[in-house]
Design a protein around this ligand. Sequence first.
Ligand SMILES: [Zn+2]
Length: 111
Amino acid sequence: MSDEQGRRVGLNESLFRQVNEQIESLNHGFGADLPTLTVICECADGDCAERIEMAISAYEQVRADPRRYIVVPGHVVQEFESIVEHTGGYDVVEKRPGEAAKLAEETDPRS
Ligand SMILES: [Zn+2]
């Protein structure tokens, strides 16, 4: 895949990351302080809307690193990212250095 494809992959993923940030803040807004959060798969596939239930503390941990994303197991794009954590319900992937990693950092909603 080219740099251009890397960019597209990164854009899709950062879009879903923003959606998930909104889900999380809504969650806080309800004052429920639920221990778990249902987020949307942050993979490169723009049509994927699979849901992942995970602990908020785990979500926060992933979000602390702008190059990390949460995906449904198997939704990793090996060329651009590697799996750093594998759990029953989801995988945490980290962008390999390059265009997609740069973009992931540029679009970090928390920076
Ligand atoms: Zn997916």
